[in-house]
Design a protein around this ligand. Sequence first.
Ligand code: FCB
Length: 506
Amino acid sequence: MTSDQTTTSTADAATPTADAVAPTVGNADYRDSGLTFPDGFIFGSATASYQIEGAANEDGRGPSIWDTFSHTPGKIWNGDTGDVADDHYHRLESDLDLMKELGLEAYRFSIAWPRIQPTGTGPANEKGVDFYVRLVDGLLERGIRPIATLYHWDLPQALEDKGGWANRDTAYAFADYARIMGEALGDKIVTWTTLNEPWCSAYLGYGSGAHAPGRMDGADALAAVHHLNLAHGLAVSALKEVVTNNPDFSITLNLHVIRGEGETGPEAIRQIDGLANRVFLQPLLQGSYPEDVLADTADVTDWAFVLPGDLELIHQPLDLLGVNYYSTTLVRIWDGISPRANNDGHKDMGGSPWPGADRVEFLAQPGPYTEMGWNIEPAGLEELLVSLHDQYPALPLMVTENGAAFADTREVDVAADGTETFAVHDPERTDYLQRHFTAAHRAIARGVDLRGYQVWSLMDNFEWGYGYSKRFGIVYVDFDTFERTLKDSAKWYSQLIATRSIPAVN
Ligand code: FCB
């Protein structure tokens, strides 16, 4: 990969599609087509272990916090669990074939820590390791780059029983686990991502209670923020000691694109930007915590969990920053009189995901919306990528998640000769992806070093607190038979990958 990627115009498009039209650059609705992505830009798709694997009790896997949480009544829509999920664990080969059929250039998957160390510490469970060796070998045989995430939220329950991410020891346990995986796969993984969205792990897991382990304590949430940052740094160091193939080291953040309303907007933005974005970016990339965040949260915690030397451990050189983007956030300071809104797009379980920001109000935003109720705003992705590039010009970026849930239905299409095939017509998702790929392309055109784009998600799966009720896949999964059907959006994406050019939407 080079760091001097420049955007290409239709004039020098490598392989324009037959129906490529001149790009309408600057089109406010982001529905351009005919834009061509630079050579080396990596098109892929993403999943996460607990959301797709199933086989929760097989081959020595221990329980994770998501097993415990999903089996606790009232936590997940419809009482759904990840026990079986997409049954990917048993369908590995055919799922790999599906990725090949789509033409994916990369696959971003996560490794289930409790398959590797059933109680979070101790020797590796060889059967668990073997599953990921087979996955990675299967990807490489098919010419697909493996992008491995070490932690996408399935903490071994045994570690939660000792305090989870609020306990410093968990960061050291994570580094040991990273070393095991580095020894097993350290000649094959192209990109190592330590953590997926530590914002969710810390604030939804320990603050709001919407995610496992479902705790609701602001001080624990902030301790978790720090221990996750520390875990990242320790894991990068551990991996570097054992890998042999010069991979990229990265972390994936769900940075918030925050807009403010009214004259209190800027103050509300400052507070949420601090808790959502800067409390991760600044220690990771500059080796310090933002002073204003420490002050804002002084009544919640004294931050005594930050020990001398921690910030040096956290501040490891990064080769790539993973960016997950879905929608924007709108805030102002609550006037204390009007009914307070708290529509920050996550389930309300009683706790707050924003320790120290009690006076910030989250406002509903103009639509359109996805099935999650999240507003569709491709300009936010362009804005985020450009802003990151402005702040950290030397840091390559990758969109590691972007996609949309819609209420898909599978239909039977009858061809002229009477042949029947399953089909899923999902024009809203294709439109969402087209607009966000356009936003990414515009960011590249503005000089952003964007290395690739991983669509969330390869297939419908267990959407955390929403169970199986929200379908994010470009591949439809029938949750009774586990049959996979390519949605129209998957076919559109295949065409994009094959031509490297955004196809027109019919
Ligand atoms: C992200 C998660 C991913 C999926 C999408 C919709 O926050 O990383 O697992 O749930 O949201």
